[in-house]
Design a binder for this molecule. Structure first.
Ligand SMILES: Nc1ncnc2c1ncn2[C@@H]1O[C@H](COP(=O)(O)OP(=O)(O)OP(=O)(O)O)[C@@H](O)[C@H]1O
Length: 785
C-alpha cells in the first residue's frame, strides 16, 4: 500500500513559524518547494495562489524506502502545520472531513492549537514477518501439567497417610497427583536429602513440597492407622519448617493452601510474616508459637535480627519458592543471613539433649523451587543446598553437580496453552487491545477472567482509568480498600456480558488494597479483567483465568513464561496473546519460538472481530443512560478510529477548574514511565526492544495523546540507579522506579543483580537521553521525507 502520509487535521491558530526549517528526505524538487513555501509562510501572509499544496498524490511520490513512519513538523507546543501547505489547504483539512473519515464531532471540538489528529490506519510500518495465519481451531494438545489419569496414581501410594489422601480427595477435590507431585512426594517423605524442584507453571509445586512436610509432622503424633504415638504436638513444640517466597501475594497464597491442607491436622499451627502489617502484631503471633512459617525474606531476616522471638534451632525444612525470583529481587543478602542462622542454630540444637522428633528429617532439608537453572539459582543452590536431588515432572535423579545441568528446556509453557502473537503498529495498539478484549468477552462463558500485563504501574493506572465505566470526576466517595482498584469496565462489554469487572494491581499499592483487590479477582463470579504489572506474573494461582494478554512484552523470556502460566493451570485450557510491534521486536518471536511456540494472529482480524458490533460508551454519570459510539460508516475500522478519537477527546476535556483533565495527566505520566520501562529489558533481549527504534509519536497515540512526545517528556528517569549505587542506598528492595513500582518492598521490577542492574539503568538512561534528544530536535521532527 502506498504510504499516503499522515493526514493531518489541525487548527494552525495564529502561531507563525519563526524557526528556519531544514527539510530532508523525499525528492529534491519537493524539498526545494517545501523550503520555499516555508520561507514564504514565515515572511508574510500565505500566498496560497502560488504555493503548491502537497496533495495525497504528491505524497505518494515520496520514496517509501524508509521503514520508519515519516516525521511531522512541530511547533513549540507540539505538532504544527506542514509549512508546505498553504493556509487554504489547511483549513480545508480541518473544516471539511476528507472522504471516508468519521464524523464523531471530535475534530472540530477537540483539536487545540498545536494538537494533531493523525489517522490510525496510515503511516504505519509494515511487519517484516510474512506469516500465514494459523487455523483458528486446532486439535487441543494433551495437558502437560494435569493430574495423572493413571489408575495407580493416588496420594496414598506416594507415602502420604490415608487421612491426608482422603482429605485431599474429599475436601480439596484432588484425587490424583500431578507428575511433579508424583516424583517429589515419595522423595521428601522418605529421604532427608535436599531437593531442587523444577516444573512447568501450574503443575502443583506448592503441594509437592507442602504435603511431605505436613505428613512428617503429623506422623510425630499419629500412626498410619490413626492411633496416637504418645507424642503431643502443639504450637510451641517448635518451628519445623520455614517457607520463603518473593512476594506477599505469593506468601498469602501458600498460607491459604497450607491452611486448607491443615484442616485434617488442626493441631499443627502455621502463620505468615510478610510485612505490610505491624511488626508488633507479627511478633506477638510468633511468640505464641508456630510450627510452619511462611515469610518474605526481608521480613523474616528482620525478625531474626531484631525481634528475636524465633527459635530456628528445630527447623527441619527450609523451602525457597521461586528461587530465581528471590535472587533477581536482590534477596541474596537476607537469604545468606537466614540460611546462616538456621545452620548455626541447627548445630547448637544437635548438641542439645531434648525431644527427639523421630519422624522428622535428621538434618535440615532445603527445597529450592525454580523454573529455571540460571546462574543466580545456581548461586542460591551453592548458598543453601547440599547433595540435592533434582526433581522434575519427568524424572527424579541424584545430581550432586547441579551447576552442570542447564535444564532450561524443562521450563516451557504447558502444552495445552494456546499462544499467539500480534504484530501491531504502535498507533493501533490501544484500539487493538480494546478489540481483543471486546471479542474475547463477546460470547458468554468463553472467557471468564483475563489478565492484561503492562510494563509499569503508571501505565496500569492510566489504562484502568481509561477503561473504567464511571468517569473519575463522578466517583462516589467510596472508602473501601478497593474503591480505586475495582470498577466496572466500559467499552468491552457486550450483550452477552453486559457487566465486566475491571481491576488493577501493582506493587506500590498499599498492602490492604493489594490483598483485597486480588481477593476480588479470585472471588469474582462475573467476567473480569485484571490490569497489572509483573507483580502478578509469579506463582499467582487464579484457576479461572482463561486469557493472558501481554500488552507490553515481558522484560525477559522467563518472565514471559511465568506471565502466560497464569492460565492453563493444572490441566485446564488457556490462551495467551502477545503484542509486539513491527520492526526489531519481530526478532523476539524467533527467540520465543525456540522454547515457546506461538501462532501469529493478524491485528486486522482482531479489529474486524472486536468492532463487528457498535461500542457502548460509559455512562456520563451514575444515573445517565449508556450510549453507543457512532461512526460515519459502520465498518470495524471506522469504529476503531471513532473509539481512538473518543479516547483522545476524553483526555482533552478540561477539568472543572479549566485545568487539564486528570486522565490527560495520567496518560502523560504513563507515557513517560512506559518509555523508561521500555529501556529495562534484560541485556540479552535488548536488541529486540531497542528504544532508539521506538516511534515516540506513534507510541504517544497509543496513550490517546495528541501531543508531540517532546512536550510530554519521558527523558531518563531521575529515579534510575547510578553506577555504583547499591540496593541499600536505594532503599533496600524499593526498586522498579523505571517501571513505576515506586515503593514496593518485594517486587523490584528492575533486576537487582548487581552486574546487570547498574549496566541496565545506566545504559538505558544513555539511550533514552539520545532518543529524547532526537524527539526534542525540532528540525528532525519537521522531516517530510
Ligand atoms: N493433584 C492435583 N489435582 C488437581 N489440582 C491440583 C493438584 N495439585 C495442584 N492442583 C492445583 O493446581 C493449581 C496450580 O498449583 P500451584 O500453584 O502449586 O502450581 P505451581 O506449579 O506452583 O505453579 P507456578 O509455577 O505458576 O507457581 C492450583 O490451583 C492447585 O490447587
Amino acid at each position: 500500500m502506498a504510504d499516503t502520509g499522515m493526514l493531518l487535521n489541525f487548527d494552525i491558530g495564529d502561531v507563525p513559524l519563526k524557526r528556519p526549517v531544514k527539510f530532508t528526505g523525499g525528492r529534491w524538487r519537493d524539498r526545494v518547494s517545501a523550503q520555499r513555501n516555508a520561507k514564504r509562510n514565515q515572511d508574510g501572509p500565505a500566498q496560497g495562489s502560488n504555493s503548491t499544496p502537497l496533495t495525497n498524490d504528491r505524497r505518494d511520490r515520496i520514496p517509501a524506502g524508509d521503514e520508519r513512519p515519516t516525521k511531522r513538523q512541530r511547533t513549540q507546543d507540539g505538532y504544527g502545520p506542514r509549512p508546505d501547505l498553504p493556509a487554504k489547504s489547511i483549513s480545508y483539512m480541518t473544516g471539511k472531513l476528507p472522504p471516508g473519515s468519521i464524523s464523531t464531532g471530535a475534530r472540530q471540538q477537540t483539536t487545540k492549537p498545536g494538537g494533531v489528529t493523525s489517522r490510525l490506519f496510515t503511516s504505519n510500518p509494515t511487519p517484516k514477518t510474512i506469516f500465514e495465519e494459523a487455523p483458528e481451531e486446532t486439535e487441543p494438545a494433551k495437558p502437560s501439567n494435569a493430574p495423572l489419569s493413571d489408575e495407580a496414581a493416588n496420594f496414598h501410594a506416594l507415602g502420604l497417610s490415608r487421612r491426608i489422601a482422603q482429605h485431599l480427595s474429599s475436601k480439596l477435590e484432588m484425587k490424583a497427583p500431578t507428575s511433579i507431585q508424583k516424583n517429589t512426594i515419595p522423595q521428601l517423605v522418605k529421604e532427608d536429602s535436599d531437593a531442587f524442584l523444577q516444573a512447568e507453571t501450574g503443575s502443583g509445586k506448592t503441594l509437592a513440597y507442602l504435603l511431605p512436610i505436613v505428613q512428617r509432622i503429623m506422623a510425630l503424633s499419629q500412626n498410619e492407622d490413626g492411633t496416637s504415638t504418645g507424642t503431643q504436638i502443639h504450637r510451641d513444640s517448635g518451628l519445623f519448617a520455614i517457607i520463603l517466597a518473593p512476594t506477599r501475594e505469593l506468601c498469602k497464597q501458600i498460607a491459604a493452601v497450607l491452611e486448607k491442607v491443615l484442616r485434617c491436622a488442626p493441631w499443627i499451627v502455621s502463620t505468615s510474616v510478610i510485612g505490610g502489617e505491624s511488626k508488633k502484631s507479627e511478633k506477638a503471633r510468633l511468640r505464641k508459637g508456630v510450627n510452619i512459617l511462611i515469610a518474605t525474606p526481608g521480613r523474616l531476616a528482620d525478625h531474626l535480627d531484631n525481634t528475636k522471638v524465633l527459635d530456628v534451632g528445630t527447623v527441619r525444612w527450609l523451602v525457597l519458592d521461586e528461587g530465581d525470583r528471590l535472587m533477581e529481587m536482590g534477596f541474596e543478602e537476607e537469604l545468606r543471613s537466614i540460611v546462616g542462622k538456621v545452620r548455626k542454630e541447627e548445630l547448637k540444637g544437635s548438641n542439645k539433649e531434648g525431644v527427639k522428633f523421630v519422624t522428622l528429617p535428621q538434618r535440615r532439608v532445603t527445597v529450592l523451587c525454580s523454573a529455571t537453572m540460571k546462574m543466580n539459582v545456581q548461586k542460591l543452590g551453592e548458598i543453601s543446598l547440599q547433595d540435592a536431588i533434582h526433581v522434575t515432572a519427568t524424572k527424579s535423579e541424584t545430581d550432586s553437580d547441579l551447576a552442570v545441568e542447564t535444564n532450561d528446556a524443562v521450563f516451557a509453557a504447558p502444552s495445552q496453552l494456546k499462544q499467539s502473537y500480534l504484530i501491531v503498529p504502535a498507533k493501533l495498539r490501544l484500539v487493538t487491545l480494546m478489540a481483543l478484549l471486546k471479542s474475547s468477552f463477546a460470547r458468554k462463558g468463553s472467557v471468564m477472567k483475563a489478565i492484561v500485563f503492562i510494563s509499569c504501574a503508571d501505565s496500569v493506572d492510566f489504562h484502568f482509568d481509561l477503561l473504567r465505566s464511571t468517569p473519575l470526576a463522578s466517583l462516589p466517595s467510596d472508602t473501601s480498600p478497593t474503591s480505586n482498584t475495582v470498577a466496572e469496565a466500559a467499552y468491552i462489554t457486550s450483550p452477552a456480558n453486559p457487566t465486566i469487572t475491571l481491576l488493577k494491581l501493582y506493587g506500590s499499592l498499599q498492602q490492604p488494597v493489594r490483598t483485597s483487590t486480588l481477593a476480588s479477582f479470585h472471588k469474582a463470579n462475573n467476567p473480569c479483567v485484571l490490569i497489572t504489572t509483573d507483580i502478578a506474573s509469579r506463582g499467582l494461582d487464579v484457576p479461572a483465568v482463561d486469557l493472558v494478554i501481554e500488552y507490553d512484552p515481558a522484560f525477559s523470556v522467563d518472565d514471559h513464561v511465568h506471565r502466560i502460566g497464569r492460565t492453563a493451570r493444572a490441566g485446564r485450557p488457556g490462551k495467551a496473546a502477545l503484542f509486539i510491534q513491527p520492526g526489531c521486536e519481530e526478532g523476539y518471536i524467533d527467540l520465543l519460538k525456540s522454547s515457546v511456540p506461538a501462532a501469529p494472529q493478524s491485528y486486522d482480524t482482531i479489529l474486524q472481530k472486536g468492532f463487528i458490533s457498535p461500542i457502548t460508551l460509559p455512562k456520563a454519570s451514575e444515573n445517565s443512560e449508556a450510549t453507543t459510539l457512532v461512526s460515519d460508516r459502520q465498518s470495524p475500522n471506522s469504529r476503531a478510529e471513532a473509539l481512538q478519537l473518543h479516547f483522545e477527546q476524553r483526555l482533552l476535556a478540561p477539568g472543572k477548574d479549566g485545568s487539564s483533565s486528570k486522565l490527560l495527566d495520567s496518560a502523560r505520566q504513563a507515557f513517560r514511565s512506559h518509555i523508561r520501562a521500555y529501556a529495562t529489558h534484560v541485556r540479552e533481549e535488548r536488541g529486540f526492544f531497542d528504544i532508539t527504534q521506538l516511534h515516540l509519536g506513534h507510541t504517544a497515540k497509543s496513550f490517546a495523546l495528541r501531543e508531540a512526545p517532546g512536550g510530554i517528556g519521558g527523558g531518563p528517569s531521575r529515579r534510575t540507579f547510578k553506577p555504583g549505587q547499591n540496593k541499600a542506598s536505594n532503599g533496600g528492595h524499593k526498586q522498579g522506579a523505571a517501571r513505576g513500582e515506586n515503593s514496593d518492598d518485594e517486587t523490584g521490577a528492575i533486576r537487582a543483580k548487581g552486574h546487570e542492574n547498574n549496566g541496565v539503568d545506566d545504559d538505558a538512561a544513555r539511550r533514552m537521553r539520545m532518543k529524547m534528544k532526537q524527539a526534542m530536535d525540532l528540525a528532525g521532527e519537521f522531516n517530510i521525507g
